[in-house]
Design a protein around this ligand. Structure first.
Ligand code: PLP
Ligand code: SF4
Length: 337
């Protein structure tokens, strides 16, 4: 009887993992689901081939049907503007490949290293600065991971290890466990940081096993969520953040300032307030990087600076994100407000 045994196998797979593979990958299907007409905003098949369209079906519930200006749709839609070749926009503007001493590890800033722990994300954000990153070459096997942890063990200045990606929380718990164990074994590392978009795009990912692991580690844990608009927040994200807080995790958020998504003082103020309601403090507001295919999202520096100056007059200081850009060759992010 194949059906019952299949049910048993499926019940071993955490619910979030099933949700993570329940995706909309065809832009045409998205249009039908949202009641939108392709001719009004054609998608680029070239762009969607280079960096595929991808959206967990659960997250669809946050998008307003019938609205091309929806701030979440704008972040995910492979628009024809992505094909524009714009001078100054390249494939590796941050020259990350120079700071890649070992496959899977970026060491740019002295006290912390960033691991490209997962080649996968739940969603594909069209403005992503790593959309051209060679994840295949940076998806280490266990042997490669040895080299990564040996590198960190030999760098006593490194006190913090950042799991990034891709999205590190796209990894199953047992792989994360293993990574955390390797990090815990390096005596001079005291902080684990997780950069993730899961807390809003698939908050069910924050399951009990993950929280239990983060609660018992000897490391201080910081989770930096990535959310650009208050509409991405949900009762489910609130519950995920609550469970993380109960596990002793410090919660911060980073956003990217994006044209026609959040380049507006009301929207940014609303984002900060609603993040705070969910127990999260704003950390960075990133100016977009000059990555090929993303020029249509760009916000000019003076506009971004004036928005943050205005935010400062409306919000307590702790709800104002730091406006930053990553400049190749600098020893930290560059702050502009
Ligand atoms: C952004 C970034 C970090 C973290 O920088 P913080 O200012 O500590 O948030 C670390 N490593 C790399 C490669 C980065 O891009
Ligand atoms: S989740 Fe992060 S890494 Fe993944 S596509 Fe979005 S911005 Fe890029």
């Amino acid at each position: 009887m194949p059906a019952p045994s299949l049910a048993i196998i499926q019940s071993d797979v955490p619910a979030w993992q099933r949700m993570l593979s329940d995706l909309v990958t065809d832009p045409q299907e998205l249009l039908e689901l949202l009641g939108l007409d392709h001719d009004d905003n054609p998608f680029s098949s070239a762009a969607a081939t280079q960096f595929p369209f991808k959206l967990p079906r659960w997250f669809l519930s946050r998008i307003k049907p019938g609205d091309w200006n929806d701030p979440i749709l704008r972040q995910l839609w492979p628009a024809s503007q992505e094909e524009a070749e714009v001078a100054g926009y390249g494939f590796d503007p941050l020259q990350e490949s120079q700071f890649n001493p070992v496959s899977g590890l970026l060491h740019k800033y002295s006290s912390r290293v960033l691991l490209t722990a997962s080649p996968h994300c739940a969603v594909h954000c069209r403005y992503c600065f790593r959309r051209h990153f060679d994840y295949a070459a940076n998806a280490p096997s266990r042997e490669h991971w040895r080299a990564v942890f040996d590198y960190i063990a030999n760098e006593p200045r490194v006190g913090e290890v950042i799991l990034s990606g891709g999205d590190p929380l796209a990894l199953p718990n047992r792989q994360l466990d293993w990574l955390i164990e390797q990090i815990e074994a390096i005596p001079h590392v005291n902080t684990l940081r997780i950069h993730t978009r899961m807390t809003t795009v698939l908050p069910q990912r924050i399951d009990e096993a993950l929280c239990a692991r983060l609660k018992t580690t000897r490391l201080s844990v910081v989770l930096v969520s990535h959310c650009n608009h208050a509409q991405e927040l949900s009762p489910e994200s609130k519950s995920a953040f609550q469970q993380l807080r109960n596990s002793g995790v410090t919660l911060l958020n980073q956003s990217v300032i994006l044209t026609n998504v959040n380049d507006n003082v009301e929207i940014l103020a609303d984002l900060s307030r609603k993040l705070f309601e969910q127990g999260v403090l704003p950390y960075y507001l990133h100016l977009p990087d000059a990555v090929a295919g993303t020029a249509h999202f760009d916000v000019e520096l003076p506009l971004a600076q004036s928005l943050v100056a205005e935010l400062q007059t409306r919000l307590p200081g702790y709800l104002v994100p730091r406006l930053v850009r990553e400049e190749a060759g600098e020893y930290s992010k560059t702050r502009y407000a």
